[in-house]
Design a protein around this ligand. Structure first.
Ligand code: AMP
Ligand code: GLY
Length: 422
């Protein structure tokens, strides 16, 4: 089949490398892809939110299946447009993607259906939000309702900081219309776990759990980033916690969406916090996580494309979905200065025997060399019999990859290891 993957980061590279192995896939286009993805797919220079041109491209090139990976085209309704042209897709329709597109929607959903999450209040009026903050326990969490490139969440350590966050979002519109509504939320504590799942709205199959490392610097210091590394499985996700999540969160969420007439088909991502009162939802995403995908998919022993087909046909109950008992670790190599300011255009050297390299920000020069072209440049994933081995192997591979101004965290997986040794 001729397949199109919308998106152009490390997550998309991991998806493409995996579906490329399927005997059912004959050709893969990436829109827009990137210089590294170009080794595994035909890159087409159309942006992931250029919906009209994407649909046009799909029609003109007889695309037989589309995978829409990033949040924005999903929330904008790309899947609806492609399906209207008769092109089957992996990814939720617009009315289901709202589970990520609006935090107010997801909080109301959880409240209505009794799904555990932090206490909260929603405001469209700035003065009311500011007044409400006076009654809140500090720290408190202020969130812009809509998509904000992962930056719309402020953990305020003081009342002043919380009020500033509300003003920034509602008055100064630092996140545009995404901040015209805000959610003010109780601050929860506990280890975080990411669980991606396949669902067709009838069956939901959780993938292996993982742990993200969002801060830029070692010891979870520095600014929030798109993710500096991941390990899987997540040691905090014990069998007991997994059972509770399935009963109290995963299945109820799928059923709640069905009852709302917003049946979710695709990858539903649960961002969880394991609190003293049990697991609670911190956020839903309507897509694969980045860089979670880069550790989860390498552990999938089944045919990913076959699973995509089953999800889109509503027959996930008949799909073979098996994960290895191994562990995996992905270390992200970024450009020094990320996530604020960084230089681009340095040559990247990757030895041929380092296989699981997922390129996020790179382009090809005219003479075909791979050059850095973003903050997060690439992720290196290695598998091992346990987390310790996976971490050691991942860092050994990182040391063999080079580009000027490269920077990476040295402690990916350290917290997971400490948890295992407790
Ligand atoms: P989100 O974009 O919703 O995933 O939020 C980004 C990060 O903020 C999460 O991964 C958590 O570390 C943190 N966070 C969000 N909501 C809360 C909360 N209610 N309590 C504590 N931390 C939170
Ligand atoms: N790694 C977090 C996300 O993809 O939203």
């Amino acid at each position: 089949m001729k397949v199109m993957v919308v998106g152009g980061g490390g997550r998309e590279h991991a998806i493409i490398k995996k579906i490329k192995k399927s005997p059912k896939v004959s050709q893969i286009y990436a829109l827009p892809g990137n210089g590294g993805i170009a080794a595994d797919a035909t890159c087409v220079n159309i942006g992931a939110t250029d919906l009209e041109r994407i649909v046009e491209f799909a029609k003109e090139n007889q695309i037989e299946f589309a995978v829409v990976a990033p949040d924005d085209p999903l929330v904008l309704g790309l899947v609806d447009l492609l399906k209207a042209e008769g092109i089957p897709c992996f990814g939720p329709e617009k009315k289901a993607a709202i589970i990520e597109g609006s935090k107010a929607f997801s909080k109301e959903l959880m409240k209505k259906y009794g799904i555990p999450t932090a206490e909260y209040a929603i405001f469209e009026d700035m003065q009311k939000a500011l007044d409400y903050l006076d009654s809140c326990k500090i720290p408190v969490v202020v969130k812009a309702d809509g998509l904000a490139l992962g930056k719309g969440v402020i953990i305020a350590e003081t009342l002043d900081e919380a009020k500033k966050a509300v003003r920034d979002m509602m008055e100064d519109k630092v996140f545009g219309e995404s901040g015209s509504r805000v959610v003010i939320e109780e601050f929860l504590t506990g280890p975080e776990v990411s669980v991606l799942s396949f669902t067709d709205g009838k069956t939901l199959i959780p993938m292996v759990s993982s742990m993200d490392h969002k801060r830029a610097l070692d010891g979870d210091k520095g600014l929030n980033t798109g993710g500096m590394g991941t390990v899987a499985p997540n040691p905090y996700y014990t069998e007991e916690i997994a059972r509770r999540c399935e009963e109290e969160i995963f299945r109820p969420t799928m059923e709640a969406m069905n009852r709302e007439g917003r049946s979710f088909s695709g990858c539903l991502y649960f961002g969880l916090m394991i609190t003293e009162d049990g697991p609670k939802v911190i956020e839903y995403n309507c897509r694969f996580g980045d860089p979670e995908t880069q550790v989860v998919l390498p552990l999938l022993d089944s045919d990913l494309f076959d699973i995509f087909l089953h999800v889109s046909e509503g027959t996930l109950d008949r799909a073979e979905v098996n994960f290895s008992d191994d562990a995996a670790c992905c270390v992200v190599m970024a450009s020094s200065g990320y996530p604020v300011k960084y230089e681009k255009g340095f040559a990247i050297e990757i030895p041929e025997d380092v296989e699981d390299v997922y390129i996020a920000g790179a382009k090809l020069s005219e003479d075909g060399r791979l050059l850095t072209n973003g903050g997060r440049v690439l992720g290196v994933t290695e598998r091992g019999k346990d987390i310790r081995e996976a971490i050691e192997k991942a860092y050994r591979s990182v040391e063999r990859i080079s580009f000027d101004n490269a920077f990476y965290r040295k402690d990916i997986g350290k917290r997971a290891l400490a948890a295992l040794e407790k």
